[in-house]
Design a protein around this ligand. Structure first.
Ligand SMILES: *Cc1c(COP(=O)(O)O)cnc(C)c1O
Length: 395
């Protein structure tokens, strides 16, 4: 049996007619950069994510970059983030000649650990009363929100901005102290990615900035077109961060299905849980399941399950074994950012952020998507069991 890591062709088959109609209608208009299709998508996403403003941009990475530009980040500024995320989160900080400061993660959720963040901030502020820390970028990794109440409390007490990287967590719910909140709506700014493999994926690159701050939204709209305030008059030095109409059109066709697709992802996750529990792999600590820490809240979208990530023993051998059985898996992420060669100048050493380093050695992402069948899941769990049995880890 073949179990692909993701099957976008299967998804396309279910919406093909609608997509083709939409693309045809956009071709008729011959308007491709921004325009009414992008504006309509912005309104729909703003409403879905419960923010006042949404600004369509060229990618999730550019959404992060333009957000930091709008916040006036300059060379020498420091921004705290997680080392266990996709490269873009920290890459954009360094591209503005600012300095990424990495804070270790919580081993259960893989998200920024608020206690570690508290320690880090205390340490920084003990050293230098006037330091260069400007903000925090928490990432809602795999589709589950970071512990935002605590992160926002800390940010407030130190006067820092919060920019949420919600690239993997579109419309995820967070049970905040003040009631339910959506991923990307809690910080000063939030970002989404519409990269094709994301839960809401375009047919090319795309992204969005979310905010409730009118002034920042306006500045980002200007920065998106080179900093232009009026045709050929520039107030800022921006860039070309435009979202195109074809992407917006595709995303608008897909958006009404998002809830259903995410519901199905959660169903797949629940089936994995049952299958693994019954396999004996959990009791023997060969596989550790991801924890949906907000499930008890009763909020529907407590986890978008952008990824279903387990910790396993003998990870690399297991992955190879599964590949031979026709099962594709992935590793998000094999090397934490503080140990990447391009960040060697920051001076981090092996052992500095042990939870991120351990996660990088143990995580394995299993296939999860609406079209994945129960039979495929059974086959996958059986193959994992076979792997450990054949190596006599399992009796
Ligand atoms: C995908 C992703 C991004 C970048 O988005 P692109 O659209 O690929 O530029 C940023 N952060 C995280 C956590 C991501 O998963």
């Amino acid at each position: 049996m073949q179990v692909p890591f993701l099957d976008l062709k299967a998804q396309f088959r279910t919406i093909k007619e609608e997509i083709i109609d939409k693309i045809k209608s956009i071709l008729e208009t011959q308007r491709f950069a921004l325009g009414p299709e992008v504006e309509a998508l912005e309104k729909e996403i703003a409403s879905k994510c419960e923010v006042k403003e949404a600004i369509g941009v060229s990618s999730g990475t550019d959404a992060l970059l333009v957000s930091l530009m709008a916040l006036g980040i300059k060379p020498g500024d420091e921004i705290i983030t997680t080392p266990f995320t996709f490269f873009a989160t920290a890459g954009v900080i360094a591209r503005l000649q600012a300095k990424p400061v990495f804070c270790d993660i919580d081993p259960v959720t893989f998200n920024l650990d608020p206690e570690k963040l508290d320690h880090l901030l205390k340490k920084i502020y003990r050293k230098e009363r006037k330091n260069k820390v400007k903000g925090i970028i928490p990432v809602h990794l795999y589709g589950q929100c970071a512990d935002m109440d605590k992160i926002i409390d800390l940010a407030k007490s130190y006067g820092l901005f919060v920019l949420e990287d919600a690239a993997q967590a579109i419309s995820a719910d967070y049970p905040s102290r003040k009631g339910p909140k959506k991923a990307g709506s809690m910080g000063l700014l939030g970002i989404l990615s519409f990269y094709p493999t994301k839960n809401l994926g375009g047919y090319g690159d795309g992204g969005m900035v979310l905010t409730n701050h009118k002034g920042l939204a306006e500045k980002i709209r200007q920065l998106r077109v080179h900093g232009e305030t009026k045709r050929y008059y520039y107030r800022y030095i921006g860039g070309n961060f435009r979202l195109d109409a074809l992407q917006a059109g595709v995303l608008r066709v897909k958006l009404p299905y998002l809830e259903l697709w995410q519901e199905k992802r959660r169903a797949v996750a629940s089936q994995y849980e049952v299958l693994f529990e019954n396999s004996g792999l959990i009791d023997k600590k060969l596989v550790t399941l991801p924890q949906a820490v907000y499930k008890k809240s009763g909020l529907k979208n407590y986890h978008t399950y952008h990824q279903f990530v387990v910790r396993v023993k003998k990870r690399d051998q297991l992955q190879k074994f599964l590949k031979e059985k026709g099962i594709e898996t992935a590793i998000f992420y094999p090397r934490p950012l503080h140990l990447q060669r391009c960040f060697a100048y920051l001076g981090y050493q092996v052992g500095d952020l042990p939870n991120a380093e351990k996660a990088a050695r143990e995580v394995l992402a299993l296939p999860i998507y609406a079209e994945l069948s129960f039979e495929q899941q059974i086959y996958l769990v059986n193959c994992i069991k076979d792997f450990y049995q054949s190596r006599s880890f399992f009796d």
